[in-house]
Design a protein around this ligand. Sequence first.
Ligand code: ADP
Ligand code: MG
Length: 412
Amino acid sequence: MTDTAPPAVPASPTARPRAAVDPARPGPVADVADRAAAGFADRYAGSPAGRWAAPGRANLIGEHTDYNDGFVLPFALPLRTVVAADRQDGPRWTVWSELSGEPVSFGADEVAEPGRVTGWAAYVAGVVWALRDAGHDVPGARLAIASDVPLGSGLSSSAALEAAVLAALVDLGGLDLPAERWPRLAQRAENAYVGAPTGILDQSAVIRCRAGHALFLDCRTEAIEHIPFDLAAAGLAVLVVDSRAPHRHADGEYAARRAACERAAHLLGVPALRDVPAAGLDAALARLDDDETRRRVRHVVTEDQRVLDTVELLRAGRVRDTGPLLTASHASMRDDFEITVPEVDTAVEAALAAGAYGARMTGGGFGGCVLALVDADRADAVADAVTAAYAERGYRAPGLYRATPAPGAHRL
Ligand code: ADP
Ligand code: MG
């Protein structure tokens, strides 16, 4: 896994941390779109036919609710993956990423069935495979990829890559494929070709989000609604803290949580935990006889309700008032679902102590990122407080970004 994060802040408890918040962190050399085009020119000569971007995403609230048929509320980040591409003859695809060095090339045989292209290029081959499997005539293409989305931090660089590639291939081939159908296709690429069992959240977010909005997604019906999330108008900012904690047993723990939820739904006689209403929680818990299962269920049921409550507050323009829901969500993930680690708990505590209205881990857990809702003019101070708390504990310096809800995948 390549680490694309900016250089670490010196970890001295006494030194004042470098002003750490970067509005939309420019890449190491140039703007990410320019880097994709320059990479294209270097590798393939000539200029690309176009550039397509897809963002990373953060989930404002609604964690581990997706596979319980529940609710999530992600928004797109101003960090982007950009693909510069043009057509090439025949069923042949050549892909290069600034993070990988040498281009990878594959043809019809390699996308005839999953698993033949491995490594990072599998995400690209998976998109080609999923498109062809759905009956589309995918044009051969040369693609060059640059990205500001940190890899493996839970901001969904994988879905950003899939979505940017999908957007490029759909456009280059003039394919008849409305954007509503893109998320399932990209998810299929990741589940069936790459072999990563993700839900529909990531791909929906990076494809369907709108600037200035969060995406309210019902994971059972896949109905979406764009909810105004205008931080600037409220004088607020969301600070994203990349804990940079190594993911510890994340796959096994994820599978265990998922299995516990499915078992509990079965015991309760409902199709999924989404079908336990918040008002019926106590009665449901009384029917379960072990404490751990009760806590898992309590997280999912209360978390679904917190998503609904957050949506109501945002609809009413009460962005700041969502803070306590975010913090309650974190406590639920820490105490009931047990998916946080000391680094993320530290970030949440430090942000709250420095005046954040609310803070929580975002993503599947066991590492990853924290969101803090802060006054826009306090973002740097809160970032500094988190950096100082990390230095005190001897943790690796966190990555820090200021997130404005950005648009989903689009052509530049
Ligand atoms: P996340 O989606 O949370 O960032 P994942 O483990 O799901 O983490 O996906 C990260 C993987 O996606 C990387 O290890 C790499 O294989 C692939 N990837 C994502 N973005 C790029 C990129 N710009 N260039 C090459 N590979 C990428
Ligand atoms: Mg991913």
